[in-house]
Design a protein around this ligand. Structure first.
Ligand SMILES: Cc1cc2nc3c(=O)[nH]c(=O)nc-3n(C[C@H](O)[C@H](O)[C@H](O)COP(=O)(O)OP(=O)(O)OC[C@H]3O[C@@H](n4cnc5c(N)ncnc54)[C@H](O)[C@@H]3O)c2cc1C
Length: 183
């Protein structure tokens, strides 16, 4: 659907629920195979939707598709990203019936060589004492397609934790750890 992940988030959540409950109602009441569902119960529906993408912060480096597909390696390469560039689009079949309000997606995968994410993607370029780890790091929309998965974001946490410890010991900032890693 074409709604804004930040400003329309409640609308997106409500629409998601409308889709879940209407499909459930269809299966129970109108589907040609409704008998198969007569004794089924809906056990759980998330009331806070997970997000693949929302706000990202700018660091001293912005990781791009160009870096990933051309295997441009930087000296501060750290946590590896190993997943494909995995981008989601509205399912064309769903678009036929729900143009602009699609609720089913397709995933398109572009394979990459495992790639070390530059440490400079993990701290803010404008706030001296701010680290990022997770899907808020300094990457483009396309580059986020590979780095946002959980094992990768978990490794970012390890790198940031280690860097925070180095920064505290050396009385420096996240950027200071990059500029003088041997301090
Ligand atoms: C439908 C779906 C399927 C996915 N499938 C997979 C999969 O199979 N495998 C995989 O590895 N990854 C998968 N992902 C991706 C992965 O789950 C997410 O990218 C990852 O969980 C993001 O982690 P995060 O910590 O960066 O962000 P989040 O998990 O979104 O954590 C951010 C946290 O910050 C909190 N927060 C926000 N604002 C504030 C505030 N102002 N103050 C305090 N707290 C705040 C939020 O409540 C949230 O708990 C999937 C994602 C989605 C949406």
């Amino acid at each position: 659907m074409n709604l804004d992940q930040i400003n329309d988030f409640e609308r997106i959540r409500d629409y998601g629920m409308l889709v879940v409950y209407s499909n459930w109602s269809f299966l129970k009441n109108y589907s040609p195979v409704k008998d198969q569902y007569s004794r089924r119960k809906l056990e759980w529906v998330a009331h806070i939707a997970g997000k693949r993408e929302s706000r990202r912060l700018l660091g001293d480096h912005i990781l791009t598709e160009h870096d990933l597909v051309n295997y441009v390696i930087y000296p501060d390469g750290s946590a590896p990203t190993t997943w494909t560039i995995d981008l989601h689009y509205p399912d064309p079949k769903n678009t036929e019936h729900f143009l602009g309000m699609e609720f089913k997606a397709i995933a398109v995968h572009e394979h990459i060589h495992p790639y070390p994410i530059p440490y400079r993607c993990f701290y803010s370029r404008s706030i001296d004492n701010l680290f990022m780890a997770g899907r808020n790091i300094s990457v483009t929309h396309v580059a986020l397609g590979t780095v946002r998965v959980m094992r990768t974001t978990g490794m970012m946490g390890e790198v940031v934790g280690m860097a925070a410890s180095v920064a505290v010991k050396n009385k420096t900032s996240p950027r200071g750890v990059y500029i003088n890693p041997d301090a």
